[in-house]
Design a protein around this ligand. Structure first.
Ligand code: ZN
Length: 901
């Protein structure tokens, strides 16, 4: 416990000021906040006291002078005159004294008020709002390798990226000063002229805006204190005067421009320039600067992208600002004219004059879906735009990964909030990701993410629905869901991710791509064939019997119509995705070892102890929880990457606001299998995809390998496949687990659409070549080196060329084929019977007793083991074994390496 607390206590939860230029004027920056508060503002109080004393002295002096002058005048007057003036002088003097005393009392009260309520309590320190800087997300430009910021994260709808004043165009600074506070450079925080005017107007019952300096507005924005009371106003004035003593004008202007609200969650000029002009703030023109500053007065009225009404308002405001700049000689007449004439383009594709030119400036047709053009509509009536998810599926998964890493790194633990609810460690970390001004370097390829979104957001690419009965007993339509993850095999980068079908509608919704689902047979290459090839349990030429076994009294695995093909070479077992062969191979390799392989070598995290004990789970992919598309894509990527597995990752580095690296997510790679195993799998899975169940994944001009999957009840479909460039796993299923009725495999179709677009510009190439492989002529029934007899099989030659690892190749010649001296009656598909002479198989299958319904298609070839067929022409069913088996084992059963009978 103390260890956890200790780690927690060391958390660098506070982030240093993002803007290192802001320092207190003439003050030691290392002074603690408390010290600064306690020692603050003697100057100000001094000045007030001094002023009061000064006024008092002046007034007393004035009163004395008036009295004295009156006495002088009186001296030179007639007695009558003297008497009258003496009276008048006394009255005036008395009045002046009353005034002075009152003023003294009031300034005393004012000072006491400021002393007791404000001094040391309400001063504003600009570095206090440092935590409100947005986190920046970067992705690497695939062409230039440059890191490009693509999105910001922020808490409480406050999207801000800090920038230094030197990076803000002079025009923008001057536009702000011209329209908000033209005496900014001269005043000391408060524009008394403007304030007096505002107070007078207020006294006469007029509600006037203005009078607030940039400094006061900054104070208001930073403190969020904007109620309309005298006390608030006095506090604001006090704070503004104090602020001006601590900071330079440039610092105040910089803070203001970074702080001010521009609508659409944008705070500060950086996010606002991106929002309204898709531009870096430093690239804004004069016309754009004026338009942008025009928004701040009232974003719901002047945001040019809301409607044509607000755009026209913005134009008016822009011209007002340009006019003010001209009048105050910030710009020349030529600059003014040029800016006025510039038809600037907003990010929604409209120009300030109302033309639609599209976001790239080339569209000529008017955009039909312009936001409201109803001029009579008041901004208050406008509905909030529908909030789509701010985050892509990728970004959301990435934030989750960063949050997990933060929890682990800092040992964050759950907290209980004041209201008694739990603030989980994960939520705390999630908030840190958003609110700490981090820079996160992600692995996505924005181009590929867009391609995947274009395909999966379009439901015509996933044209399947199914209805289910909800808890209220109503029939509800479900859209078939899709999950997809694409991984770069060389570094484990997750380059694209989709977590559902159709456009993502909200943030923090269920992501099917990172949640465990069933993958069915798609697991076979990873759980079974690769590890069995790797340790020599089988080799590239192995033959596996497509014949079931008895499991707890049941015949299992069951094929359709009880039909089994019998002896199958590995490549066909995989191509046809035969469950019997996968189960036999997995049993031969070891079910628990298969589990270990997936968990330890290929990074699967959702497998359970139960999975490790069940051959059906490990060989056929019917897991207790399942696997994620991210895991599957990374697993298959191992075959592309010469047998080296790299853990998939969504980010590579996280820096804090000061540029210190706080998370480094380096590549974690392990050699999962020999390169010869990976090369063999590439060959086998190319065949499986090209000629087998995955044919729908193919697109021309690229080498493609992969494996389909589906669960027993057809509730999940899968395709995991890859090219020499990228690995991609796709899952499909219904939220309420209905059966999928689809033509072909919807996942292979999605794979094809996405991967085809991604590979458009990539040249075709073969998978890596491997010196350790060799081609050998082998027998398709025994898996041994081919003999003459193999070629003389009654069915035709059984010799084919298999790719095998040189160190795991068959070494002896086929002993299964007999001499070519047998005569067999063969029936073709039309039922025509011909008599053929050749070799048959000297192999006795161990049959399951009492299950004569099982049909093994190569049974008629067996020399031993039945008494029915050869010569028994009466038997209609002559390709099948009949009931009574001769269970006598043939003594000459050969030693067949890699043969799984
Ligand atoms: Zn043979």
């Amino acid at each position: 416990m103390s260890l956890i607390l200790g780690r927690y206590a060391n958390m660098p939860l506070t982030v240093q000021s993002h803007n290192r230029n802001i320092k207190e004027k003439g003050r030691c920056p290392v002074l603690s906040e408390n010290k600064r508060r306690r020692s603050s503002s003697p100057d100000f109080m001094g000045r007030i006291r001094q002023s009061a004393r000064h006024i008092e002295t002046e007034a007393k002096e004035g009163a004395r002078r008036v009295q004295h002058e009156a006495q002088e005048r009186v001296r030179n007057m007639t007695p009558q005159q003297k008497n009258g003036w003496r009276k008048a002088g006394r009255i005036i003097g008395t009045l002046l004294l009353v005034f002075v005393v009152t003023l003294t009392i009031f300034s005393g009260i004012f000072m006491a008020y400021i002393n007791s309520t404000m001094r040391g309590k309400v001063e504003v320190y600009l570095d206090e709002f440092e935590t409100k800087v947005s986190t920046e997300l970067y992705s690497q430009d695939p062409d230039t390798g440059e890191w490009v910021m693509y999105q910001t994260l922020y808490l409480n709808s406050e999207n801000r990226i800090w920038t230094d004043l030197e990076d803000i165009p002079k025009y923008l600074q001057e536009a702000a000063i011209a329209i908000e506070d033209k005496r900014f450079e001269k005043h000391h925080g408060v524009d008394w002229k403007g304030t007096t005017r505002a107070i007078v107007y207020t006294l006469f019952g007029k509600n006037v805006q203005g009078g607030s300096t940039i400094t006061q507005q900054l104070v208001k924005n930073v403190t969020g204190d904007n109620e309309v009371t005298v006390k608030r106003k006095i506090t604001e004035i006090y704070r503004a005067l104090e602020l001006e003593k601590r900071y330079e004008k440039d610092e105040i202007l910089e803070a203001y421009l970074n702080e001010v609200f521009f609508g659409q969650s944008c705070y500060g000029v950086v996010t606002a320039s991106r929002m309204y002009f898709n531009k870096d703030v430093s690239d804004l023109t004069l016309a754009e600067c004026a338009s942008l500053m025009g928004i701040t007065n009232n974003p719901s009225m002047y945001d040019p992208t809301l409607s044509s009404w607000t755009r026209e308002n913005n134009r008016e405001r822009q011209l007002t600002i340009l006019g003010a700049m001209l009048e105050q000689e910030k710009i020349s007449q030529e600059e003014y004219d040029e800016a006025k004439a510039e038809d600037i383009v907003f990010s929604n594709g409209f120009t300030i004059s109302g033309k639609y030119v599209g976001s790239d400036g080339t569209a000529t047709e008017p955009e039909p879906e312009e936001p409201s053009t109803d001029d009579t509509e008041s901004p208050a009536d406008e509905e909030e735009p529908t909030i789509k998810g701010r985050y892509s599926w990728f970004t959301e998964a990435m934030i989750g990964d960063v949050a997990d890493a933060l929890v682990e790194k800092y040992g964050i633990t759950d907290k209980v909030r004041d209201n008694g609810t739990t603030y989980t460690a994960y939520e705390q970390a999630w908030d840190m990701v958003h609110g700490k001004g981090y820079k996160i370097y992600t692995t996505q390829n924005p181009k590929y993410q867009k391609i995947a979104e274009d395909v999966c957001y379009d439901l015509s690419n996933i044209p399947y629905t199914s209805s289910y009965t909800n808890s209220a007993g109503e029939q509800v339509e479900d859209q078939l869901q899709i999950a997809l993850t694409i991984v770069d095999p060389t570094n484990g980068y997750v380059v694209a991710m989709i977590g559902g079908a159709g456009e993502k509608q909200a943030d923090r919704v269920w992501n099917w791509a990172v949640n465990a689902r069933q993958c069915g047979s798609a697991i076979k290459p990873l759980s079974t064939y690769a590890p069995a090839l790797d340790d020599g349990t089988i080799n590239g030429a192995s033959v596996i019997d497509d014949y079931p076994m008895l499991l707890n009294g049941d015949v299992w695995p069951r094929n359709d119509n009880w039909r089994y093909q019998g002896l199958m070479p590995l490549h066909l077992a995989l191509r046809q995705s035969l469950n019997t062969c996968a189960v036999r191979t997995n049993l031969a390799y070891g079910v628990d070892r298969s589990y270990e392989f997936l968990v330890n070598k290929l990074g699967f995290e959702n497998l359970t102890y139960t999975d490790s004990q069940q051959v059906g789970n490990m060989a056929l992919g019917g897991f207790e929880k399942g696997v994620t598309t991210e895991e599957m894509a990374a697993g298959f990527a191992t075959f592309v990457n010469e047998g080296v597995y790299t853990k998939p990752r969504t980010f590579v580095r996280v820096e804090d606001a000061n540029g210190n690296v706080i998370l480094e997510n380096e590549a974690q790679s392990t050699v999962a299998m020999k390169n010869t195993t990976a090369a063999l799998m590439n060959s086998l899975l190319q065949e499986a995809s090209l000629q087998g169940t995955g044919y729908q994944a193919q697109f021309p001009g690229m080498h493609i390998a992969g494996k389909t999957g589906s669960t027993n009840s057809n509730k999940d479909r899968y395709f995991a496949g890859y090219t020499p460039y990228y690995s991609c796993a796709v899952w499909a299923g219904y939220e309420h687990n209905q059966r999928i009725v689809a033509s072909g495999n919807p996942c292979a179709v999605i794979f094809q659409k996405v991967m085809k677009a991604i590979h458009e510009d990539l040249p075709d190439k073969d998978f890596f070549s491997c010196a350790g492989l060799t081609s050998v002529a082998v027998c398709a029934d025994s898996g041994m080196l081919a003999s003459e007899n193999c070629a003389l099989d009654v069915r035709g030659s059984r010799v084919y060329t298999a790719l095998v690892a040189a160190d795991n190749a068959p070494t002896s010649v086929c002993t299964m084929h007999t001499a070519p001296s047998y005569t067999v009656n063969m029936a073709d598909s039309d039922g025509n019977v011909t008599t053929v002479t050749g070799s048959v198989l000297n192999y006795q299958r161990e049959l399951i007793a009492g299950h004569d319904e099982i049909v093994v298609e190569d049974a008629f070839m067996m020399l031993g083991g039945w008494n029915g067929f050869f010569g028994d022409e009466e038997d209609e069913d002559f390709n099948m074994p009949n009931g009574d088996h001769d269970d006598t084992m043939d003594d000459s059963v050969p030693d067949m390496s890699g043969f799984l009978g």
